[in-house]
Design a protein around this ligand. Structure first.
Ligand code: ASP
Length: 426
């Protein structure tokens, strides 16, 4: 069996939804389960609704109305019949959010986020399933929350693999005999039936969970790029497509910040040796990239750029060594504030990291650290990671940049840099 995953960009308007239905009909080789993200930028828009609601700005309803209207407009372009039941189904999805907004916020932000933002995936999957059926595909919509079970860490829920696998294996194979299943990425539910989400961009991970539990033959992530490239075209000219990639290289690249696949996706697939194809929904006939078991290293160096980095240098106030108890205290503070370390290094009396500058939680972290350590901070930096580096690749990325910190192992070089001020022309 196969799993296909379509992200927000692949379902951003009526034409793209038609394209997805076309791909499902033409590229399905076998039994198929389709995982879909919220349409376009819906997740961001619903996050704004949540924030306005929590802050009680009085704007939450207006923001939600904009999301509703946008979905309605897409539906009207997909279905000529205004009495098609999908119009009511989508309206009902949003009524549930309105019920939340009518009450004063009592619950935590993270809990409310999950209840409100998950509507994006519920709506997109319903629209896609209805359109697929309408175009002759034997589609069946399925609520992923009945199959993916998690703990109650809202916004970053951990999957209960045993329970999830048992339920998926028990129920889905018979449905797949007759139907193309269309379900949501990103969402799950707790044992008390509350909706959870798996972390931003988590739909790839959902697809990997279904693929792993169903022992899929392969999984395809359909994207707006031709496959895995050796750098993000946003930051780099002359990118090249990598036709084949080992699980190890894929996991390393995502760990260092390559955004083409969600970092949690690879492990479940590697464990079951399920091949992952990353491919373009704009040119579906092109083969894209295959991530699978191979002893081949990356054929070309790969570059990952992360801007807006903060460099934090942490030193014990009493000149004591940075050893296990200090480190565990420091790591706990990062974990507690949900800050992911992108680069780290320690010496006898200092520990330094580079992290994304995410604003408020960095300030909270700093306050907590300052109680025990002397802290220095440098903002506005860029982190460049090169996998399979050589001197030439390092020189290429250092033009007009000055190194703040450099780390190397046999395969990977990380350079934390700052831009040099432009030299004025004479
Ligand atoms: N819609 C969610 C997000 O934007 C999940 C996903 O797209 O993977 O984060």
């Amino acid at each position: 069996m196969q799993v296909f995953k379509f992200g927000g960009a692949s379902v951003k308007d009526a034409e793209s939804i038609k394209n997805v239905a076309h791909i499902v009909a033409n590229y399905k080789k076998d039994e198929l389960l389709v995982v879909v993200s919220a349409m376009g930028k819906t997740t961001d828009r619903l996050m704004e609704v949540t924030q306005h609601y929590v802050d009680q700005t009085g704007e939450a309803f207006a923001r939600l109305d904009a999301v509703k209207d946008w979905h309605h407009h897409i539906l009207a372009n997909l279905f000529d019949n205004p009495n098609h039941p999908i119009f009511d189904e989508i309206a009902n999805c949003f009524v549930e959010v309105e019920w939340i907004l009518e009450e004063e916020p009592q619950d935590t932000y993270d809990y409310l986020f999950d209840q409100i933002v998950s509507t994006g995936e519920l709506a997109s999957s319903k629209i896609l399933a209805a359109y697929a059926l309408h175009s002759g595909i034997a589609a069946k919509w399925l609520d992923a929350r009945d199959y993916i079970f998690t703990d109650n860490t809202h916004r970053e829920a951990a999957v209960d693999w045993e329970k999830t696998e048992e339920k998926i294996r028990r129920d889905l194979p018979t449905i797949l005999d007759e139907h193309v299943i269309i379900t949501q990425g990103f969402i799950g539910s707790t044992s008390e039936n509350f909706t959870t989400t798996l972390g931003r961009e988590g739909s790839d991970y959902s697809a990997a969970i279904f693929a792993s539990c169903l022992n899929a033959d392969d999984i395809t992530i359909w994207k707006d790029v031709p496959g895995v490239l050796n750098a993000d075209p946003k930051w780099f000219d002359h990118t090249e497509l990598i036709p084949e990639l080992s699980y190890t290289d894929a996991i390393e690249l995502t760990y260092y910040g390559a955004t083409v696949i969600h970092p949690k996706t690879i492990k479940p697939l590697q464990n079951k040796k399920i091949a992952l194809n990353v491919r373009s929904f704009l040119n579906p006939a092109e083969p894209g990239t295959y991530i699978r078991s191979t002893n081949q290293g990356l054929p070309i160096p790969s570059f990952i750029f992360k801007v807006n980095q903060v460099f934090i240098n942490i030193q014990p106030r009493d000149f004591s060594f940075i050893v296990e108890d200090n480190l565990s205290h420091i790591f706990n503070l990062f974990h507690h504030n949900r800050i992911k370390i992108n680069m780290m290094h320690n010496s006898a009396i200092s520990f330094c990291v580079s992290v994304d500058d995410t604003g408020a939680n960095i300030d909270t972290l700093m306050e907590a650290l300052e109680k025990r350590y002397k802290i220095s901070v440098e903002r506005g930096l860029e982190l460049i990671t090169i996998r399979y580096f050589n001197q030439e690749t390092i020189e290429r990325v250092l033009i007009n940049k000055q190194i703040v910190r450099e780390l190397k192992d046999s395969y990977t070089c990380q350079l934390l840099v700052k831009k040099l001020p432009a030299v004025a022309a004479l």
